[in-house]
Design a protein around this ligand. Structure first.
Ligand code: DGL
Length: 260
């Protein structure tokens, strides 16, 4: 059983990509919606929260653990691997590498949360892959809340998205990296704000990698189940699953106190 974890509904962009490639694997999804968004919390808090979530998923017998949250990966992926050397983890890092390959102007924009942009993983990939390319990060605060509320379309969403995209376009970016797993759900609005720009959603690549990691671990009788847990409201999550056209599955509440 593959575990997929995010602060909220965003990681389902990765879950959906996994399901598109493989209808048989069992997937357990944890949305920590009681504590979402993570992006503006202190790194130490995010780390503690994310480690608790990973511990709980591992106690459910799931592996690999896909940290389908750039913010949690930035804060805690390294520590998760240290605490659980026997568990394979798949993390999210802003897709700077493919963006560098695709830019023609030599400027790429990274849309992400404040914590992701402050994190070491982002600086490592930028230093490693962006030699002659300028990388401009934009803290897109507010966008996670719009996705959680199901406000994917409309004038207010377009305005919020445009306000974050404009500085990147002004800086000359011709490639935008979706550095938060919630943002693929705003893709239409982002495309409208950046009409001639290449948009990179890393979910399909992460899904392919996840299935490669999961292949040797897969149990004998996978049944194609998708099981959702949330620290928030199970009925709101069920509504979101339906509204976003996500794989069908039962939704259950889990108390924050259990995620330690
Ligand atoms: N989906 C998370 C990410 O990829 C959102 C973080 C948040 O809760 O602010 O960064």
């Amino acid at each position: 059983m593959i575990a997929v974890y995010d602060s909220g509904i965003g990681g389902t962009s990765v879950l959906k990509a996994i399901r598109d490639l493989d209808s048989h694997v069992d997937i357990i999804y944890l949305a920590d919606q009681a504590r979402c968004p993570y992006g503006n919390r202190p790194v130490a808090d995010i780390r503690q929260i994310a480690l608790g979530c990973a511990n709980w998923l591992i106690r459910q017998g799931a592996q690999p653990v896909v940290v389908a949250c750039n913010t949690a990966s930035a804060a805690a992926l390294h520590q998760m691997r240290q605490h659980h050397p026997e568990t394979p983890f798949v993390g999210m890092v802003p897709a700077v590498k493919p963006a560098v390959q695709q830019t023609q102007h030599g400027v790429i924009g990274v849309m992400a949360t404040a914590a992701t942009l402050k994190g070491d993983l982002y600086h490592e990939v930028t230093q490693r892959f962006a030699h002659d390319v300028q990388v401009v990060g934009q803290d897109c605060h507010g966008l996670v809340d719009l996705v959680e509320a199901g406000q994917l379309h409309g004038a207010a969403t377009d305005a919020a998205v445009a306000a974050h995209v404009a500085p990147l376009i002004q800086a000359g970016a011709d490639v935008l990296v979706l550095g938060c797993t919630h943002y693929p759900f705003l893709r239409e609005s982002i495309s409208r704000a950046a009409p001639h720009v290449t948009i990179i959603d890393p979910a399909p690549a992460v899904a392919r990698h996840t299935l490669t990691v999961a292949a040797p671990l897969t149990q004998s009788q996978p049944r194609g189940r998708t099981i959702y847990y949330t620290t928030g409201s199970a009925s709101h999550l069920a509504w979101q699953i339906n509204a976003l056209g996500l794989p069908v599955g039962e939704t259950t509440h889990v108390a924050v106190e259990e995620l330690i």
